[in-house]
Design a binder for this molecule. Structure first.
Ligand code: DX5
Ligand code: ZN
Length: 226
């Protein structure tokens, strides 16, 4: 099953509750929350308080993408606030498996995030601890950027490695995904698509998501025919 998850980074924060209700009604599968600390990435955004507020408005799974230094210090707080999925950047920690185990011990699904320049080899000894892998397609920090095309190949290589190991780990991608590019991500093998400006920048969320799902189908079909 393919999942589309709005990144609230691009939502109108003066009306966050309405925005969440609108994307949920439009058929969003998860809600993606971009957590940035101004150190690991050059931007400062949301924390557990935001997750708690999101939790009060929607019953959808909440994916907290931790783009922060020392994520272990905050994992419990994000889980307690209602995050169902928590991803940690492999580049941001020394003991990745410990962070993933900490997420699981808090009752959330652990994910490994990788920045565009981080090699897939960082996953080698940690894949068994993760329920999903988030491959960032842009340099982290800001919405509205164009994705780096090499990421599509990174997705393909990861997909092949998961198949080789017989793992059903979810492959998520994040950054630069919109109506024009989502088919390429689907063809490469992405399961979960994070969409920020490509959704919140449009007026009719339901129509946009419907077109995106059609594009996902088209991308999968073209990959199958290859
Ligand atoms: C980038 C964030 C993304 C971002 C995606 O640092 O992790 O989730 O919000 O935004 P768009 O879809 O606009 O590239
Ligand atoms: Zn993100």
């Amino acid at each position: 099953m393919k999942m589309i998850m709005p990144s609230i980074l691009s939502a109108d924060f003066t009306r966050l509750g309405d925005e969440l209700k609108a994307v949920e009604a439009a058929g969003a599968d998860w809600i993606h929350v971009d957590v940035m600390d101004g150190h690991f990435v050059p931007n400062l955004t949301m924390g557990p308080m935001t997750v708690e507020a999101v939790r009060r408005v929607t019953a959808l799974p909440i994916d907290a993408h931790l783009m922060i230094d020392n994520p272990d210090e905050f994992i419990e707080k994000f889980a307690a606030a209602g995050a169902t999925h928590i991803s940690v950047h492999a580049e941001s920690v020394v003991h990745l498996n410990r962070s993933l185990q900490l997420v699981r011990s808090c009752g959330a699904h652990p994910g490994i995030a990788l920045g565009p320049a981080a090699p897939l080899s960082l996953l080698d000894w940690s894949l068994d601890y993760a329920d999903y892998v988030l491959l960032l397609a842009v340099n982290p920090g800001f919405g509205g950027q164009e994705f780096q095309p090499a990421i599509l190949n990174k997705v393909r290589v990861l997909r092949a490695e998961l198949a080789r190991r017989g793992l059903s780990t979810i492959v998520e991608s994040d950054g630069g995904i919109n109506e024009k590019t989502i088919a390429d991500f689907a063809a490469a093998g992405v399961d979960a698509f994070v969409v920020g400006s490509g959704l919140f920048g449009t007026t009719d969320y339901s129509a946009t998501l419907t077109r995106m799902r059609r594009e996902v189908e088209r991308g999968m079909k073209s990959a199958a025919e290859r």
